[in-house]
Each structure stands twice: as C-alpha cells, then as structure tokens.
Design a protein. Structure first.
Length: 464
C-alpha cells in the first residue's frame, strides 16, 4: 500500500498543493522520482536516504518510486525532502498511513537529518489554510513566518527524528504561536525630516507625493541632499496594514530575502539598486523567475539615484509596471506575475559634471552635452513621473543653524489624513482599485478634479 504525504510548490507568488506518493516494488534497490522534478529534487534521493538512516530508522532496500503530482507543474528546490522522507518512513511501517491527514509537510533535509530553512513558506501556509489543511510541519527557522496565517497549527521541526517521535507519540512538538513582537513593532525610520536642513519646498513636494502616491524626479547638484530626502520618504508614508505587510512579506519570502529573525515585513520597503543593475535584476527574471527590485519595493519606495546612468533598456521596461502595478515575466514554460505597486523616487544631476545652473560652481559641460545627457530619459518615462522638482544647494547659514524642521511623524499624520480623505472619496466607486490620486484614470479625473476659473488659468499658462 503506497504512502501519501501532501506538500506544496510555489509558482510565482502563489502556492500549489503537491501530492507526494511513495511506493516500492521488488527489484534492485533504487529511488526513482517522477513528476517533472528539477535537479535539486532529483538530488533529494541521496539526502533522504542518508537522513533516514541517521535518524535511526530503516530505509527499505527495494525499488522505491516517488511521484510528485500534479505532473504538469515543474517541481523546483529541496522543499520536498521532508515529505519524501516521511513517505518512506510510513511505507516502512514505522508510522500508520493516516498519521498525516489534513497536514502539509515542507522542508529541506541535511545529511544528519536537520530540517533546513525553505523559501516561500508564507505562500505555502496561505495555500494550506485555503485548501482546508489543519496543520503544517515546517523547518524550525520558518515557523514564525508560517504562523502568521491564522487558523493553521504550525509545528516547528528541528530534525527528522523529532518529527518521527512526534508522530509516533513518543515526544510531542508544541505548536508555534506568534508573539506580539512578530506582528506589532514601533515604526522606525533611520532618517527623520527634522534632521534635514533647508529644502522646505522639496519636503513639501515629497509630502504631496506621499499623500497622493505620486512618482517624483529630483534634479540638483551633487551634495544638495537628494539622496537624504529620498531615504526619509518612507518615514512619512502611512503605516502598513496587516494585509499590506503580508502582501509584502509574501514577495520577500518567495525571493528568499526575509531578514533573519523577521517573519513579517512591518515597514514600507525602501529599495535603492545601483545603476549597473541588469534588466532581470530590476524587473525580475532568471531561469527560475524571481521577483526583481520593483517587486521588492511593492507598497514602498523604489529609489533610483543617478537616474540617467541606468541603461536605457533597463529604464524602459519599467514603463508598463508603473502603469499596471504588476510585472509579468514570460518564459517558454509559462508566465508569472509579480506585484509591483511601488512609488518611484528618482534623482539626477542636471548635466554630466553636475553643476549646470548651480549658484556657486560653474558648469564645465558644453550645451550640446547637457541636452544629450538630459535626453537619456525618454519622454514616455518622464510622463509617468508626476512631480519634477529642482533641489538647489543649501546655503551655509541654514546648514549651520540649530532650527529643526517638522518631524516625520508630524508630516505622516497629515499624509494619513489626506489618504483617509481619498479612501472615502474612492470608496464610492464600485469595483475600484484606486487607493490614491495617482491611481485615477481619465473618468475619475473628470469626476473629482473639476478646476475653477483660477485653476484653469494656471493650467493654461503652464501648457502654453
């Protein structure tokens, strides 16, 4: 009688239930894995066999066949080690066949039987609950992440022997319960707006951008404070809800970029890739597609410093994700979609030397060179950046003064008030995915942004 253990695969950001069937027959001892496994899954034969023996259990000397169903989905990574080993243990008669009913099992095994960290635990746990599973066995290091999903008992497994002892009733594993610190934490911002001297009009522009979800381009000389202002931006954005935190954490879990000891991303992401980043690094990709920087900045800020220095192809592929708030990566075997609802903050010098229009240092660039430099960014991409603002050099008197500006907390409260007004406004629209002014389409602009005579005059002057 074959043994069945249920596990999970991750396709994009979603989990798919995988049924692990283990059976044996007479023949030369061998372990055969079928069901479209990749190289890492094929290598689990040696890991599982050694781990079972090192756990003090008998490994059957038969021809063992492992089927990973559905066979239409490619199985990638070592997360199937633990369910395969458990299937072999059940097949050997060490455990009853019904011992893992309504249970999902995932985890990589080392040769000594220790269960190692596995990426993508959060979407796996969400899939387990959505499919009616009551409990889940996960690596000990990943239990805080899986326990974020309610109505699912999560058991942290340190070794294969511990799992066997639990299922046989010899020594039970206590289910993991998340602490309040796993979910709630005071907001921490490394850079506060009050620490930035001068640039009041730029701070105001960033406040407007934060309130409306607008993209921003800052242009100014080196040392004007563009990077410092951008790094302070997450501190004035509204705090993330639990749903938003889970949404972001799911991406980081799949990308295997959750910081150690951080099961839940509680603060809005701030991503600042170098201008030498590749196309795949920015938007995502690879043989096994993973989220790129624009997805890792989901619900947060993507800061692109030295904007014109990025490759033209790298910048142009951002246009569609900036419109759709998602990025789709197509491969011969199918397409994957990752969330990419980020707020772009870009910074650039006005010319190659950086001092065109500077009040203190003369520019050494020829006019044609300045024009060529500024044209590195295409018109269609600039059209997707709502706010363009100059960042002048701050004079010495302001830099040396002791007067502090408004704190990020004070500004964030105003931003939150503005977001509440927008949420109330857009809640009247049925089936709306509009959460801020920047998301409005033509119909909403006509409905909610009716200009008075004074506003019409200003717009006419600006466009003439």
């Amino acid at each position: 009688m074959l043994a069945r253990v249920f596990s999970c695969a991750v396709i994009g950001l979603e989990g798919v239930i995988v049924e692990v069937e283990v059976d044996y027959s007479n023949g030369l001892p061998a372990v055969i894995i079928v069901g479209l496994p990749d190289a890492a899954v094929q290598e689990s034969r040696e890991r599982v066999q050694t781990a079972v023996k090192n756990a003090g259990l008998h490994f059957p000397r038969h021809r063992i066949v492992v089927n990973l169903s559905p066979a239409s989905i490619r199985k990638e990574g070592p997360a199937y080690d633990l369910p395969i080993a458990l299937g072999v243990i059940i097949l050997s008669g060490h455990l009853p066949h019904d011992v893992v009913e309504n249970t999902l099992v995932v985890g990589e095994l080392s040769l000594d039987g220790v269960v190692r960290h596995t990426r993508g635990i959060l979407p796996m746990a969400a899939t387990a609950r959505a499919n009616g599973y009551k409990q889940m066995f996960v690596p000990e290091a990943d239990a805080p992440e899986a326990a974020l999903i309610p109505d699912l008992e999560v058991y942290p497994v340190r070794t294969l022997a511990d799992l066997y002892n639990h299922l046989s009733g010899r020594q039970l594993i206590e289910p993991y319960h998340p602490s309040s610190s796993d979910v709630f934490e005071p907001l921490f911002t490394p850079t506060d707006f009050s620490e930035i001297k001068g640039q009041e009009h730029v701070k105001r522009a960033l406040e407007v951008a934060a309130a409306g979800g607008h993209n921003v381009l800052m242009v100014g000389s080196p040392g004007a404070g563009k990077t410092l202002l951008a790094r302070a931006m997450p501190g004035i954005l509204p705090e993330m809800s639990i749903e938003e935190s889970l949404d972001v954490t799911r991406i980081y879990s799949v990308a295997d970029q959750l910081p150690p000891g951080t099961p839940l991303i509680k603060h809005r992401p701030f991503r600042s890739p170098h201008h030498t980043i590749s196309h795949a690094g920015l938007v995502g990709g690879g043989n096994i597609p993973k989220p790129g920087e624009i997805s890792l900045a989901h619900r947060g800020v993507l800061f692109l410093d030295e904007f014109p220095e990025f490759g033209s192809r790298v910048l142009e592929v951002m246009r569609q994700p900036m419109e759709d708030k998602v990025v789709t990566i197509s491969r011969a075997k199918g397409s994957l979609t990752f969330s990419a609802n980020f707020q772009l903050i870009a910074a650039m010098n006005p010319c190659p030397c950086g001092y065109f229009g500077d009040s203190q240092k003369p520019c050494t660039c020829a006019p044609a060179l300045v024009t060529k430099y500024q044209k590195r960014i295409s018109g269609p991409l600039l059209d997707r950046i709502d706010i363009h603002i100059e960042v002048p050099r701050v004079d010495y008197d302001k830099l040396s003064g002791n007067k502090l500006g408004e704190t990020s907390e004070v500004i964030r409260k105003r931003v939150q008030t503005a977001r509440d007004i927008q949420n109330k406004r857009f809640s009247k629209i049925e089936a709306s995915n509009i959460f801020a002014n920047a998301d409005m389409r033509v119909g909403e602009v006509r409905q909610f942004c009716k200009l008075q005579d004074e506003g019409q005059s200003l717009m006419r002057a600006a466009m003439s």
